[in-house]
Design a protein around this ligand. Structure first.
Ligand code: AP5
Ligand code: ZN
Length: 217
């Protein structure tokens, strides 16, 4: 299956993607995680991306599309993938369509996670992620680690993302509404969008998502 996950910052895309990718046996490809890995490895791409991410803006398409394409061309993504955080504007969606067309492939579904803004703010304020791997995600209240400040998965140190400050979150939400939401209409014209509520416990949302994807087949 080839799936795009879309939803506001803090909706739980990364959290759900980890479970869905495992259930569906496809790799979870997060452009945010790829940028954060570049930042921690201090690559040139990481340095460039950080300045945009810390301001809550999108990293320019020229670098983002190339990075996403390279990842999608890895052998483990041959039979499908779950994209989290890409595409994030209409020109990225068009580039993805073009990429798939040249390989005679197509998307199966665009899963749209709906969450009210006040919940998103609570989820982001309590989020803590792992220094070693930013896909290891916790929440101080909703999914606390067994030991304060320590990742359950790998023992790494937990910290608050630099772009999770109140001011940057406001900017990220604005960017989501103006630049990312239009891709939902773009994919609606292709009949690909399945919208679910992302409220409730993590496993309830996963079950809802799996049910919606199977119904859509
Ligand atoms: P990215 O990392 O993609 O951030 P985002 O889209 O803002 O999404 P988040 O990671 O904030 O949230 P999420 O929906 O994954 O929620 P999570 O599962 O962590 O992008 C960051 C930046 O990189 C962008 O701003 C941009 O600069 C750049 N970038 C990335 N992709 C790009 C692209 N394609 N083009 C250009 N620039 C790009 O959950 C949040 C919290 O809630 C966690 O603490 C979690 O434990 C908790 N939680 C999750 N589910 C539940 C639940 N059901 N109940 C209670 N708590 C829950
Ligand atoms: Zn970890």
């Amino acid at each position: 299956m080839r799936i795009v996950l879309v939803g506001p910052p803090g909706a739980g895309k990364g959290t759900q993607a980890a479970f869905l990718a495992r259930n569906l046996s496809i790799p979870h490809i997060s452009t945010g995680d790829l940028f954060r890995a570049n930042i921690s490895q201090r690559t040139d791409l990481g340095k460039l991306a950080k300045s945009y991410m810390d301001a809550g803006n999108l990293v320019p398409d020229e670098v983002t599309i190339g990075m996403a394409k390279d990842r999608m061309e890895q052998p483990d993504a041959e039979n499908g993938f779950l994209l989290d955080g890409f595409p994030r504007n209409v020109s990225q969606a068009e580039a993805l369509d073009e990429m798939l067309r040249t390989e005679s492939m197509k998307l199966d579904a665009v899963l749209d996670l709906e969450v009210p803004e006040e919940e998103v703010v609570k989820r982001i304020a309590g989020r803590r992620i792992c220094r070693e791997d930013s896909s290891h995600v916790f929440h101080v209240t909703y999914s606390p680690p067994k030991q304060d400040g320590v990742c359950d998965v790998c023992g790494g140190e937990l910290y608050q993302r630099d772009d999770d400050s109140e001011e940057t979150v406001r900017k990220r939400l604005e960017v989501y509404h103006t630049q990312t939401e239009p891709i939902i209409d773009y994919y609606k014209t292709q009949g690909l969008v399945v919208t679910i509520s992302a409220l409730g416990k993590v496993d309830e949302v996963t079950a809802r998502a799996m049910e919606a994807l199977q119904r859509d087949e």
